[in-house]
Design a protein around this ligand. Structure first.
Ligand code: MOS
Length: 752
């Protein structure tokens, strides 16, 4: 750290809450002590489509400790669809006899112990009237809708006559790509505890957005200020914990009925159906170029699966359609409604599937042109949105490629497929671009500074493991002139000043700006008091010229200690500040607190478009006889504006690269198409990389000055690392084997 005391932005500060996490002192929501709780266990449907004819409950009721079971029969009229931010809640629960997807919540058993609740739930008998379900693509009976059918205002990037330009171009490829269903599988399960006291509700629940309580308030017809949500530590979110959900409302309802706290810890397999997931997608891509490599036409048509009642989609053509300096562009998005639970956000929701298609197609085009794929990307780089000519706020994709290629040793690559070999192992080198829209939102903030040189920062923001505690503490330390160890951070409680959603990679920019603004209020108050003092080195100085440093308050003619400066104002001062970026709706902070977050930047900026960028390089080794695939080397270089917490950012990007590897080679939720049922809904069968799969992972930060998005120049990095790696791996597999795999994940059976 710069001067041994004063922690600065950009320093490699250690994880601020690391000690409490590794010692077990950190209390996750399901660890919170409750007085005499009842335990809930979910009963979920065994069919994907149809209706419930009757329940057989005698055996369940006979279990010692059984208290009650909520079903549609005894909750009718009290249960309604929860208005959820981001379409995030699953479909119906306990609203009627209808079953809309496998694993739908159809009952909540309540008992005096966890064991009794579980036993009783397993003894619930259900008689169904079942219909044949539609599982998704390749199952008959789905409803296909174009985005324009349900959202005529949706912006589909379009430029010129892409079909004609494609037909006329000398070099072209057309290909279909496919990505599978994935589930977030955060380590921490979906849990919720609810407690009512004097008509007020307290919810302990892992959440990425503390103000999603607004949906709950609507459900119970109560003032949201009478609901307190506490979520101090979250064991992984990845987009899966960003919305209010039906199950929270059901547990709150149960607690209200029993007049007793109720606690639910849903099982791993239930988590696959009572929550959102990443939907499977299909893509038809056509790219054509001149012999010089300049792209003349780009056509991207994507289709995504969703549930029957939902129009949820991610529509990634908004990214791919403006990514390169294309000639003509045509894009289209469709959804297929099937008998499935509703999908939702999952880390880089739009970019992971859509960039896989684009970045695979770019590699195919490079081979068709007989051109180096890095060179192809370089000559088609776009400094402005090719559709409307508005600039990218900053874009250093080419620098990322240069630095990553150098670190990787790309120059030694022989482009010929199957040309590089080490004994029985075919070696493949591949690369791809990554990107993620750079968002910034609104946030409140409260900071208390004490004359002993400690500070406390309070905000209803969330740390889902991505490093928010560290980032908030580090920004405050930077601006107050303190070591980070002297800054305490309190987050994850709706009683605190409104905080941003931990999603859309906005949190770093948003929270750092709110911290900086609030520190400026503190500095200004100290400065004003110091210059007004009768004596002292700062008396009569220009308050704007005084800075806060480790030494205290410093002016042109000297400085005084924090003890003196804060002591003058009673030894402790508190400031409440906020940040709302230009372009925010009026009352952005109030809206935020009401469960309606708003983002500036990304695609929402009026005069520019803002993204973070990166280049991904991968080495794979494919065994010539067995088809076994290994990926010993991953290199990513990223340009994302100001990096606040170097260690946290490094971990996020490294984790992202590994997740990208997972998306290429491991992850898929398997679906039994006859039953529209997930079959590998557990950690044993849902493949994720283990240590043996991950070898050398290198993260390079490319320095970048961003001036349009926010005054601190911060872009988010949370969802940047995992995009593009899937394509880089597929491209490397082609280089190794000569086989182009267009459907993820890539498996041994694809290669032998
Ligand atoms: Mo992220 S999918 O916006 O939590």
């Amino acid at each position: 750290m710069a001067d041994g005391h004063h922690t600065r932005i950009g320093d490699a500060a250690p994880r601020h809450e690391g000690r409490v996490k590794v010692t077990g002192e950190a209390r996750y929501p399901s660890d919170m002590p409750l007085h005499n709780p009842a335990y809930a266990w979910l009963v979920t449907s065994a069919i994907a489509r149809g209706r419930i004819k009757s329940f057989r409950l005698d055996a369940a009721r006979a279990v010692p400790g059984f208290i009650d079971i909520l079903t549609f029969q005894n909750t009718q009229g009290q249960v309604k669809t929860l208005p959820a931010f981001g379409g995030g809640s699953s479909t119906l629960t306990l609203e009627s006899d209808q079953v809309q997807h496998d694993g739908q919540i159809i009952g909540v058993v309540l008992a005096d112990s966890l064991e009794a609740a579980r036993e009783a739930a397993y003894k619930v008998g259900v008689d169904y009237e079942a219909q044949t379900p539609t599982a998704g693509f390749d199952s008959p009976g789905g409803t296909l809708k174009a985005v324009t059918d349900f959202n005529p205002k949706y912006h589909l990037p379009t430029k010129g006559d892409a079909a004609a330009a494609f037909a006329a171009a000398p070099v072209k490829i057309a290909a279909d790509y496919e990505t599978p269903t994935q589930h977030h599988n955060a380590m921490e399960l979906f849990t919720v505890s609810c407690e009512w006291t004097d008509g007020k509700l307290t919810v302990h629940e892992p959440s990425q957005y503390i103000h999603s309580r607004a949906g709950l308030a609507a459900f119970f017809g109560m003032d949201q200020n009478d609901i307190r949500v506490v979520s101090r530590y979250v064991g992984g979110g990845f987009g899966g914990k960003s919305s209010g959900t039906q199950r929270t409302a059901l547990i709150a309802l149960a607690a209200k009925r029993l007049k007793r706290p109720v606690k639910l810890v849903a099982t791993r397999d239930q988590g696959y159906t009572i929550n959102t997931y990443r939907a499977e997608t299909r893509h038809h891509v056509k790219i054509a170029a001149g012999r010089d490599g300049k792209i003349q036409a780009f056509i991207h048509e994507g289709t995504e699966v969703t549930s029957r009642p939902s129009n949820y989609m991610v529509g990634g053509v908004q990214t791919t359609g403006i990514f390169y300096d294309y000639g003509a562009v045509a894009t289209k998005v469709s959804i297929l409604q099937a008998d499935r639970n509703t999908p939702g956000f999952m880390r880089s929701p739009a970019q992971v599937p859509y960039m896989f298609a684009l970045e695979s197609a770019m590699d195919e085009l490079a081979y068709a042109l007989n051109m180096d794929p890095v060179q192809l990307r370089r000559i088609n780089d776009a400094q402005v949105n090719p559709i409307n000519g508005k600039p990218y706020s900053s874009r250093h994709l080419n620098t990322c490629f240069e630095q990553a290629a150098k670190a990787f040793g790309w120059a030694a690559r022989n482009p010929e497929p199957r040309s590089m070999r080490d004994g029985d192992w075919l070696i493949g080198w591949g690369c791809a671009s990554t990107c993620y829209p750079s968002h910034v939102g609104a946030s409140g903030m409260r900071i208390t500074l004490t004359s002993d040189g400690t500070a406390k920062v309070q905000v209803a923001f969330i740390d889902i493991g991505q490093g928010s505690y560290t980032l908030v503490a580090q920004t405050a330390a930077d601006r107050l002139g303190l070591p980070i160890s002297k800054v305490a951070v309190e987050m994850g409680d709706s009683n605190l000043p409104p905080g941003s959603i931990a999603g859309g990679s906005n949190g770093a920019a948003t929270s750092a700006m709110a911290v900086a603004n609030t520190c400026e209020i503190l500095r200004d108050r100290l400065a004003q008091a110091a210059v007004k003092a009768n004596a002292g080195p700062l008396a009569g100085a220009d308050p704007a010229a005084l800075t806060l440093t480790a030494a205290g308050l410093t002016g042109p003619r000297g400085s005084e200690s924090l003890k003196t400066a804060v002591g003058r104002l009673g030894g402790i001062i508190e400031a409440t500040g906020e940040y709302a970026p230009p372009g925010s709706p009026p009352g952005a902070i109030q809206r935020l607190a009401m469960g309606i977050p708003s983002f500036a930047g990304g695609h929402n900026a009026k005069d520019y478009v803002s993204y973070a960028f990166g280049a991904q390089f991968v080495e794979v080794r494919v065994h010539a006889r067995t088809g076994e695939i290994r990926a010993p080397r991953l290199v990513g270089a990223f340009a994302a504006g100001t990096i606040v917490s170097k260690t946290m950012a490094h971990s996020q990007l490294m984790g992202g690269l590994i997740w990208g590897l997972s998306s290429a080679l491991h992850e898929a939720t398997e679906i039994d198409h006859r039953a529209a049922r997930y079959t590998n809904d557990n950690f044993a069968d849902y493949l994720i990389p283990v240590n043996a799969d991950v070898r050398d992972v290198q993260v390079i930060f490319v320095p970048e000055q961003e001036t349009m998005l926010n005054p601190m120049g911060i872009k988010g990095i949370g969802e940047l690392g995992n995009v593009g790696v899937n394509a880089a791996v597929a491209n490397a597999v082609f280089h190794a084997t000569g086989k182009r795999i267009r459907r993820l994940p890539i498996r041994i059976e694809d290669l032998i």
